[in-house]
Write a protein that binds this ligand. Structure first.
Ligand code: HEC
Length: 117
């Protein structure tokens, strides 16, 4: 019986740790940006970007503003996120370690402007 409680305790711990990651996976971001936000082809790396930058970009996208050539793709995905999810998403992605030596499409690490173009 004690053993069973222990297993339940561990399971609860694991799920708590995975909620931030869950926001990313639940919204299907990994389908284009990779399981760890490492970037695939035309989808930029999100892994290890500054929290402020991701937050601002997602806010802009949600309002239909993008600074990249085909960013319109992203508007509908960003609009599917709640304001809380955007905050969690920025936090989560910024904590991921960047995998070095991998060629990826890089966003400019720049937080200026409102993204309208
Ligand atoms: C259907 C594929 C696809 C999915 C799903 C997707 N993205 Fe993207 N995303 C892209 C592409 C492609 C770009 C780059 C557009 C460009 O180069 O103009 C992009 C760009 C971005 C940018 C930078 C945009 C800008 O204007 O600065 C962010 C941030 C981003 N994605 C986050 C996310 C998050 C978070 C999710 C999950 C909610 C997600 N993406 C889901 C394809 C996708």
């Amino acid at each position: 019986m004690k053993y069973l409680l222990f297993i339940i305790f561990i399971l609860v711990q694991i799920t708590a740790n995975e909620t931030m990651e869950g926001v990313y996976l639940k919204n299907g971001c990994q389908g284009c940006h990779g399981l760890y936000g490492e970037g695939i082809g035309a989808s930029p790396r999100l892994q290890g970007l500054r929290e402020k930058v991701i937050l601002q970009r997602l806010k802009n996208l949600k309002q239909g503003k993008t600074r990249t050539a085909f960013g319109n793709i992203m508007v509908s995905f960003a609009q599917g996120l709640s304001d809380e999810e955007i905050v969690e998403m920025a936090k989560y992605l910024s904590t991921l370690k960047r995998v070095e030596g991998r060629e990826t499409y890089e966003l400019e690490d720049d937080n200026s402007g409102d993204g309208s173009s």
